[in-house]
Design a protein around this ligand. Structure first.
Ligand code: COA
Ligand code: ZN
Length: 295
């Protein structure tokens, strides 16, 4: 809704958190986490009030060995009503695998720099759009939730700076497919709050702001400032990982996502509702960190 109404003005502010720990968090871990432990981790996260959890990826098992058990994870978790369980899908084969596992929410992903997309999925940006256009159409026809990711929106590990105009154009192209949500990724954690403010202001002329999420990594310790900058400009969906675990094997040097606990604390001190119980997130984090430590 673009027009402000008195009802809107008195509504308390609300932020949606997309917990990406089980996917973005675990995909880069050298220690293989047992499938039953991933399931237990996701089930703990489900109890916290989160509305969205990214559980796994139906990518090539050789590309991301840590998530090769995607089918078993999706079959094993207890899906709580009202929670959207997202799975990454890179191509038709991945979509078919996701369908076979009963997935109801998918995320397609591309990037704003050619070299990253080539390294990550072995396609050009245009080829990636051609690959997932029919998947999005099919998913929507089947009533699935569809999220899009635009990675490397603030910088690329191979090319450095990424032109803002390209980010705007690709975001618009993705939203034109009718996706439910678009997550703008600072994949390597180089964004600066000024760049976040500027991009958000410009994006709202191209895509509906309420469908945008921001995805920050904390490589340069600015992720929380970037969340604040994006919130100030109207973003109400943020990706984070419990305990700040994570990184991308195709983004050398990138560290984990901004920690869910820090994002929750930030909004709690400002009386902005998230409906997420941070003590339960901390329990999930403690559980997975013990497993990552080999206990
Ligand atoms: N799941 C399982 N197997 C798959 C697959 C998928 N999603 N996609 C392709 N394959 C198989 C094909 O069936 C084929 O198998 P075959 O040799 O036995 O016939 C083989 O992989 C090669 O297929 P191809 O289409 O040429 O894929 P590719 O090798 O070019 O890989 C991707 C393309 C996209 C599947 C791969 O690069 C990938 O999974 N990348 C994901 C990276 C990622 O997750 N990064 C982090 C998230 S941002
Ligand atoms: Zn990420």
């Amino acid at each position: 809704m673009s027009e402000a109404s008195p009802e809107n003005e008195i509504e308390p502010p609300f932020v949606k958190i997309c917990e990406v720990g089980p996917r973005d968090g675990l995909q880069n871990e050298s220690r293989q986490i047992a499938t039953h432990d991933k399931i237990a981790y996701i089930d703990l996260l489900s109890q916290s009030g989160l509305a969205m959890i990214e559980t796994t990826s139906f990518v090539h098992p050789k590309a991301i060995p840590a998530l090769a058990d995607a089918h078993d994870v999706m079959s094993g978790i207890t899906q709580k009503p009202g929670v959207t369980y997202l799975s990454l899908v890179p191509n038709a084969k991945g979509f078919a695998r996701a369908q076979a596992a009963g997935v109801r929410a998918i995320a397609v992903f591309t990037g704003a720099s050619e070299s990253f997309v080539q390294h990550n999925i072995g396609m050009s940006i245009d080829e990636s759009f051609a690959e997932f256009a029919p998947l999005i159409a099919q998913a929507r026809a089947e009533g699935m939730f569809v999220r899009g990711y635009l990675s490397t929106a603030f910088g690329c590990p191979y090319e450095g700076d990424v032109p803002v105009e390209r980010v705007l154009r690709l975001s618009e192209r993705l939203c034109d497919f009718g996706i439910d949500e678009l997550s703008i990724g600072d994949t390597i954690g180089v964004a600066h709050p000024d760049a976040v403010s500027d991009l958000t202001l410009r994006l709202q002329c191209h895509v509906p702001l309420e469908r945008l999420a921001m995805h920050f990594h904390d490589t340069q310790h600015r992720a929380l400032d970037n969340v604040a900058a994006a919130y100030a400009k109207g973003i109400r969906i943020f990706d984070s990982s419990s305990g700040g675990i994570g990184g991308c094997p195709y983004a050398p040097g990138a560290s984990g996502n901004v920690a869910t606990e820090r994002v929750l604390a930030y909004f709690a001190t400002r009386n902005i509702a998230t409906n997420v119980n941070s003590a339960l997130i901390e329990q999930a984090t403690a559980f997975i960190q013990e497993r990552l430590a080999g206990k």
